[in-house]
Design a protein around this ligand. Structure first.
Ligand code: FES
Length: 258
């Protein structure tokens, strides 16, 4: 089967380290196959740079299947590029035209400091998860899958939230650098299920307040939902806000009884 080859120009953000000011550098990429993925195209560039004794471009990637959430590029100003509902690693060069100039930047958010080139430090997400993104369950043998009955709509909604891969596109796309979609997805996933009820309000208060200490505030732009490779709905933010309000009352009552 024949497939076309494209000549592209890449404008890539290069930054030696967190203290470096950084700058764009331009690279010509000739004869890239339509069938190459975006990350394969960067691999080809890096092989060339290494052959030329030049520092390759650092970028994050792991599964290359839209599962792990590590790939994180701002492509022509769009988190994960122009294709809806996909991560950078799922983007193919057939999306671009020969002669295109493609601007590639790291996530831009003050809570995600740049480590090098296109790699950012997303450990602020880990701080949110550490504060409440878990359940306490008695250890022992795994219970049968259907032992706890869960209504289908609830299981479906929890699964939709669990689809979050923690890539950070929501933060990068948000004009305020807010992490509400990420936090709400992680919170809703647990708060909807019976197993998540024991810590529901402790979790809601802790995760929202940890989020607030690192990230900007949500002002309902909705850019997060548009950028999310898993199409997680902003509805989860409404549930998070509701649970946070309830938590402020419930936790105060619980504390006054102890
Ligand atoms: S590399 Fe794993 S989601 Fe893209």
């Amino acid at each position: 089967m024949s497939h076309s080859l494209k000549n592209l120009k890449l404008k890539i953000w290069r930054q030696k380290g967190p203290e470096d000011k950084g700058r764009f550098e331009t690279y010509d990429i000739p004869e890239i196959s339509d069938e190459a993925s975006f990350l394969e195209m960067l691999d080809i560039l890096n092989e060339r740079l290494i052959t030329d004794n030049t520092e390759p471009v650092s970028f994050d990637h792991d599964c290359r299947e839209g599962i792990c959430g590590t790939c994180s590029l701002m492509i022509n100003g769009q988190a994960h590029g122009p294709q809806r509902a996909s991560a950078t690693c799922q983007l193919h060069m057939r999306t671009f035209k020969s002669g295109d100039e493609i601007v590639i930047e790291p996530w831009r958010a003050s809570a995600f400091p740049i480590i090098k080139d296109l790699m950012v430090d997303r450990s602020a997400f880990d701080r949110i998860i550490e504060s409440g993104g878990f359940i306490t369950a008695a250890t022992g043998g795994a219970p049968d899958a259907n032992l706890i009955p869960i209504p289908k709509p609830v299981a479906d909604a929890a699964m939709d939230s669990a689809a979050c891969i923690g890539c950070g596109a929501c933060v990068a796309a948000c004009p305020n650098g807010a992490a509400n979609l990420f936090t709400a997805a992680k919170l809703t996933h647990l708060n909807l299920l019976p197993q998540g009820q024991a810590e529901r309000f402790k979790r809601s208060e802790a995760m929202v307040e940890t989020m607030d200490s690192y990230f900007g505030s949500c002002t309902n732009h909705g850019e997060c939902e548009a950028a999310c490779p898993k199409e997680i709905s902003v509805d989860v933010i409404a549930m998070m806000n509701s649970d946070y309000r309830k938590a402020k009352i419930t936790n105060r009552k619980t504390l006054s009884r102890t």
